[in-house]
Design a protein around this ligand. Structure first.
Ligand SMILES: [Zn+2]
Length: 237
């Protein structure tokens, strides 16, 4: 069963029963979250209305790099096409009860070094844009096969104006990954993939300065740093 959460349910977290008396799952904190005490209400299934527990956690400061871009006042950048952002938002908020992922570490989608880490805060002309790097970039040549980091079901496999060639995989139980700027897409929506299956080829389609793989990992719709507990990448240079 798949549920699509609405925006107000974004902070809904589900734990999944893994033992007769035990539940497991991931929680995530948005990089822009305010510091201090945060209360999480966790549910025992994707459809349950009865909470399983309320958890109180402390959000502490993490360091993220900053990047200032000088941009012309009137931006002539690429715009998303109609429905593009909505489709990606709906994907991020998909929660399915089946777990397709194996215990981390996951495999890397490509082997190349990482030239932009997660969480870099973007400033435009010295002013924080409210935006940050929601995934990692790996410096892969055009045409490199992009592999599924772990098992899942393909939810999006199509070219978009802004994201370029896009594949999004639901790994189940709140985990999802997305791969963009592909030159070629080699899977179809609803296709079940295993770890290491080829999803498509590295390109520079959409809003990209050159060939590279941008990919991101989501926990209940919140972008998380894949380098914290999920994969190991090597920075370039
Ligand atoms: Zn990127």
């Amino acid at each position: 069963m798949t549920l699509k959460a609405n925006a107000s349910a974004k902070q809904r977290f589900t734990l999944f029963q893994t033992k007769p008396d035990g539940y497991e799952g991931y929680l995530a904190v948005d990089p822009l979250e305010k510091l201090g005490t945060k209360t999480y209400t966790v549910y025992p299934s994707a459809w349950s209305k009865e909470p399983l527990a309320t958890l109180t956690l402390q959000v502490v400061s993490a360091y993220f790099q900053q990047q200032n871009l000088s941009v012309p006042k009137k931006q002539g950048g690429l715009e998303p096409e109609a429905g593009e952002m909505e489709a990606i938002e709906a994907f991020k908020n998909t929660v399915s009860n089946t777990r397709y992922w194996d215990a981390p570490p996951f495999r890397l989608p490509v082997s190349h070094c990482m030239n932009s880490p997660f969480g870099v805060k973007r400033f435009y002309n010295g002013v924080f844009s409210g935006n940050y790097h929601k995934g990692v970039d790996q410096k892969s040549p055009a045409g490199t096969p992009i592999k599924a980091i772990t098992g899942g079901v393909v939810k999006i496999a199509r070219p978009y104006q802004l994201h370029g060639g896009t594949v999004a995989v639901d790994h189940g139980q709140g985990l999802g990954s997305i791969y963009i700027h592909m030159s070629k897409i080699l899977v179809k929506p609803n296709q079940v993939v295993k770890t290491g299956d080829t999803l498509g080829l590295v390109g520079s389609t959409g809003f990209a300065m050159g060939p590279h793989l941008h990919w991101g990992l989501y926990v209940f719709g919140i972008p998380v740093n894949p380098q914290v507990g999920f994969v190991n990448t090597t920075p370039c240079g």
